[in-house]
Design a protein around this ligand. Structure first.
Ligand code: KG4
Ligand code: ZN
Length: 339
C-alpha cells in the first residue's frame, strides 16, 4: 500500500510517499526556518503563507521523486493537529482536495502519532508494548505504546516542552533559532560541571516534566555575568543546561521502563536529534540491556514520512477521514486513538 503523507503543522511543508508504512520512497521537506529566524521564533501568519506557496510543489516533487503513478497511491494522510491552525489548514485542505480530485482515500493524522511512528521507518523496529519519549518544540511526553494505533500518555510536561526550553535559552544567549542544534553543538565544547542547573524531579516518582524553572535559572545566571564575559561562558552554560535536560529526560524514561516492565524504548520528535540525549540513552540501553530505537536524524524533525506511516496503519484499520473533518490546534488527550 502506497501512502502520500503531508505535514504542515509548524514551519516545515513536507510530503513523502511511503510503501507499506516502512519504506520511504521519497521525502521532500521545505523549511521556512530562514524566514522565522529573523523574528527569533515562528510567526504563524508568515508560516501559513509560506505553506500555501510551497505545498503544491512539495507534493509534486514527492510524487516525482518516488517515481510512482498517482493511480497506484492508496490514500493521502495529512496532519490534522496539533499545531498552528493556519498552517494545518493549508496542508489538510490541500490533502482533502487532492484526494477528492484524484479519487484517493483520505485520513487525518495526529502529529504526535506521526512522531511516535517515525521509529517504524528504520531498519529495526520496536516490539509492543514499548515506552516512547516524544520530545519536540511543542510537546514532551512519555507514552506507553501498545500497538500502532493505541498509545497512552504516562507523563507529560507541565509547562515548557524540552525543545521550547532549548529555543528560549538560545534566544537568551543571543544565538539563533531554532536553538536545539546550536546549544547541542556548543555543549560539546563546554564543561557541564561548571554551571550545575536544577533538575525538576517534581513529586516523588512523578512521571511528569517541567522545564520552566531551569529556563529561569539560566536567565538568572546570564543576568549575573557581565555582558562582556558571556562569550567566554556560553559553551559551559550550554553544557550545564543540556546536562540538566538530558538527566531528567533519561531518568524519568528509565523509571517508566521499570514501572511498565518494558524492554523496548523509542525516542522521537525534534529533540531526538540531540547528541547528548542519544548517547546517554545508548549508555543506559547497554547497561540495562534493553533495545533502543532512535530515528535517523532526518526522521526526528517534522516530515511527511511519519505522517504517511501513521496514515498507513489508519487505512489498514479502515479508519478513513471525512472531507468535513476539521483541524485542531491543541493536543487531544481523550480520543479514540489513545489521545
Ligand atoms: O518535532 P519538531 O521538528 O517540531 C515540533 O513538532 O515541535 O521539533 C523541533 C524542536 C525545536 O524546538 C528544536 O530546537 C528542537 O526540536 N531540536 C533540538 C535539536 N534539534 C532540534 N533540540 C535539542 N537538540 C537538538 N540537536
Ligand atoms: Zn513535530
Amino acid at each position: 500500500m502506497l501512502v502520500l503523507g503531508i505535514e504542515s503543522s509548524c514551519d516545515e511543508t513536507a510530503a513523502s510517499v511511503v510503501l507499506n508504512g516502512r519504506e520511504v520512497l521519497s521525502s521532500v521537506v521545505s523549511s521556512q526556518i530562514e524566514e522565522h529566524a529573523l523574528f527569533g521564533g515562528v510567526v504563524p501568519e508568515i508560516a501559513s503563507r509560506k505553506h500555501l506557496e510551497a505545498v503544491s510543489d512539495v507534493v509534486a516533487d514527492a510524487l516525482k521523486e518516488a517515481s510512482v503513478d498517482l493511480k497506484d497511491i492508496y490514500g493521502v494522510a495529512a496532519t490534522q493537529g496539533p499545531g498552528l491552525i493556519g498552517s494545518l489548514l493549508v496542508g489538510f485542505c490541500f490533502a482533502k482536495g487532492f484526494a477528492c480530485a484524484s479519487n484517493l482515500k483520505f485520513t487525518g493524522v495526529d502529529h504526535l502519532h506521526g512522531h511516535l511512528m517515525s521509529v517504524f521507518l528504520g531498519q529495526e523496529v520496536p516490539g509492543f508494548p514499548y515506552i516512547a519519549l516524544l520530545a519536540s518544540g511543542g510537546h514532551t511526553s512519555l507514552y506507553l505504546v501498545k500497538d500502532y494505533l493505541n498509545y497512552e500518555i504516562i507523563g507529560r510536561t507541565r509547562d515548557d516542552a524540552a525543545g521550547e526550553a532549548y529555543d528560549k535559552v538560545s534566544k537568551m544567549l543571543g544565538l539563533g533559532y531554532p536553538g536545539g542544534k546550536i546549544i547541542d553543538d556548543l555543549s560539546k565544547k563546554g564543561d557541564k560541571k561548571k554551571y550545575v542547573f536544577p533538575r525538576a524531579w517534581l513529586e516523588k516518582d512523578s512521571p511528569d516534566f517541567s522545564f520552566s524553572g531551569l529556563k529561569s535559572s539560566v536567565r538568572r545566571l546570564i543576568d549575573a555575568i557581565p555582558p562582556e564575559n558571556i562569550e567566554n561562558e556560553i559553551s559551559d552554560i550550554a553544557a550545564g543546561f543540556q546536562d540538566s535536560v538530558v538527566d531528567v529526560l533519561v531518568k524519568k524514561s528509565m523509571n517508566a521502563m521499570k514501572k511498565y516492565g518494558c524492554n523496548h524504548f523509542a525516542l522521537c520528535g525534534g529533540v531526538a536529534a540531540n547528541s547528548g540525549l542519544r548517547s546517554a540513552l545508548k549508555e543506559k540501553s547497554e547497561k540495562f540491556g534493553f533495545s533502543l530505537y532512535l530515528p535517523s536524524l532526518s526522521l526526528c524533525g517534522d516530515n511527511g514520512s511519519m505522517i504517511a506511516c501513521a496514515g498507513y496503519y489508519k487505512f489498514l484499520n479502515g479508519d478513513l477521514g471525512s472531507f468535513n473533518d476539521e483541524v485542531y490546534a491543541r493536543a487531544l488527550f481523550k480520543q479514540k486513538n489513545g489521545f
